[in-house]
Design a protein around this ligand. Structure first.
Ligand code: MN
Ligand code: MN
Length: 465
């Protein structure tokens, strides 16, 4: 005999059940989440840029037996390989038992994050200090990027094609860089600016030196000394900045947040918090029924344009290559394929709840978020996943014991955003967004909950199988 009232019984049968996943789950699940996030934090520290994320993912994949793709080679079920797109985007392929015209399974996350890129001609000296001019990449709130330690990553490519890697600021003994801001004592005028305008694009100048070259009486001696140091270390001259990709990112390491250590704080969790679970799901999927393609895309934060972004034909041709190798129709393969667009959503922040609509917002520790559509205003610029496909994903998640929730990106007309989902939908593939809720998204230091990250992994694992 239950002591539940009739209304309680009926509610239990009819109402949506939403509960904190940390209350809902066994201790063993929480322990596994904790363990999973040890690897995640390591990945975050190694994968601060899209190029570094590709290198880190390849290292993990190689250890798990993935081999570099060879065009023309016949791959059979159970074979695993990776396709490196210009060192900035990557696909991990686990060949399935079924031919590709039955459809492939695609998990797509992105590995680029908002940051400060150096301009093509960045180096200058002003009042005997040397600085870099930057051009911000992605949607940043510019005022957040001042007075935080920065690291510098990327490549110089010399005219003869020699590539020189730059990696300064991650080691505790490395120097760091910084964008300075005004002191409050003299900020009366600046403080009258709107928050959006508080720091302007041309004020995001990175301080890199103050020591003048001492054997000369000419001008620009601090700049000269910096170039001398760069020349000694990398063999470059000023014109080599023209063919370089150098990125300033926060020089902070991933760490636990909270006395209870239930959360993670780090730079670049949008979208490495989905990329890492996607990689691990691929690693842990040995012989899937359908071929699994795990895409780590570049350029999502600038709209997915460019040949390493998902608006390009990179993914399409990857599927075509598999279909061609198996002698099946490539467009049929795409049409029968399914995708998880693995990207973050906004978590509800206790301090800023008014931008969210509670009934349709994502919360920390409530599990992985399904986002049916993104876009702005009247759902402009989004792929709206079909009811049929969402039903299939719901069934899959429930069967796998994954704790999940749904989320919209804030209140209607409060703003908006997009993911790679619409570009994959353009290929005729069924796609829905699934990811981890994030606080302070796009800030130099973003916060997530360990439980949600582990649920993202379980969701992607279930999808792969
Ligand atoms: Mn994202
Ligand atoms: Mn983003």
């Amino acid at each position: 005999m239950s002591d539940k009232t009739k209304s309680e019984e009926l509610k239990e049968r009819l109402f949506i059940k939403k509960k904190n996943g940390r209350l809902l789950s066994d201790e063993a699940v929480l322990c596994k989440a904790e363990e999973f996030c040890v690897g995640y934090k390591k990945f975050l520290d190694a994968a601060k840029t899209e190029r570094m994320a590709v290198d880190a993912a390849i290292e993990i994949a190689k250890k798990a037996g993935f081999l570099e793709y060879e065009r023309g080679k016949k791959y059979k079920a159970g074979d695993r390989y990776f396709v490196n797109n210009r060192g900035k985007a990557l696909a991990l392929v686990c060949v399935g038992q079924e031919a590709a015209d039955k459809g492939v399974r695609i998990t797509a996350a992105h590995i680029d994050s908002p940051r400060l890129d150096l301009k093509p001609n960045p180096l200058y000296e002003e009042i005997e200090l040397a600085l870099f001019k930057t051009h911000y990449y992605g949607g940043i709130r510019k005022y957040q990027w001042t007075a935080v330690p920065l690291a510098l990553h990327g490549v110089f490519v010399k005219r003869d094609g020699t590539k020189v890697n730059v990696n300064i600021g991650e080691d505790d003994n490395d120097p760091k860089f910084v964008v300075n801001d005004l002191l409050p004592h003299l900020a009366a005028e600046q403080s009258k600016r709107t928050l959006a305008d508080g720091i302007r694009g041309e004020e995001l100048n990175v301080l890199i030196g103050s020591h003048p070259f001492r054997d000369d009486k000419g001008s620009e001696l601090v700049k000269l000394n910096i170039l001398k140091l760069l020349n000694e270390k990398y063999g470059i001259t000023e014109s080599d900045f023209l063919s370089a990709e150098l990125e300033c990112v926060p020089a902070v390491k991933a760490c636990d947040i909270g006395l209870d250590r239930s959360m993670i704080g780090a730079y670049g969790q949008d979208d490495r918090v989905c990329a890492y679970p996607a990689i691990m799901a691929a690693i842990d999927t040995k012989a899937p029924k359908q071929t699994l393609i795990t895409v780590l895309a570049d350029k999502e934060e600038t709209g997915s344009s460019g040949n390493t972004g998902l608006e390009s034909s990179f993914l399409k041709y990857l599927v075509f290559d598999i279909a061609e190798m198996q002698g099946v129709d490539c467009t049929v393969a795409l049409r029968n394929s399914k995708c998880l667009s693995a990207d973050v959503n906004a978590g509800t922040d206790p301090t800023f709840q008014d931008v969210m609509e509670r009934r349709n917002a994502a919360f920390l520790n409530y599990g992985v978020v399904i986002t049916k559509y993104t876009g702005a205003r009247g759902k402009s610029g989004t792929s709206d996943a079909s009811a049929e496909y969402v039903a299939e994903i719901r069934e899959m998640l429930d069967n796998a014991g994954v704790v999940w929730q749904t989320g919209e990106l804030g209140k209607v007309d409060a703003g908006g955003g997009g993911t790679v989902a619409m570009y994959i939908a353009n290929l005729g593939v069924d796609v829905v967004d699934l990811g981890v809720p994030v606080l302070s998204m796009h800030a130099p230091f973003e916060t997530t909950a360990k439980f949600d990250i582990y649920m993202a992994y379980l969701a992607m694992k279930a999808f792969a199988e």
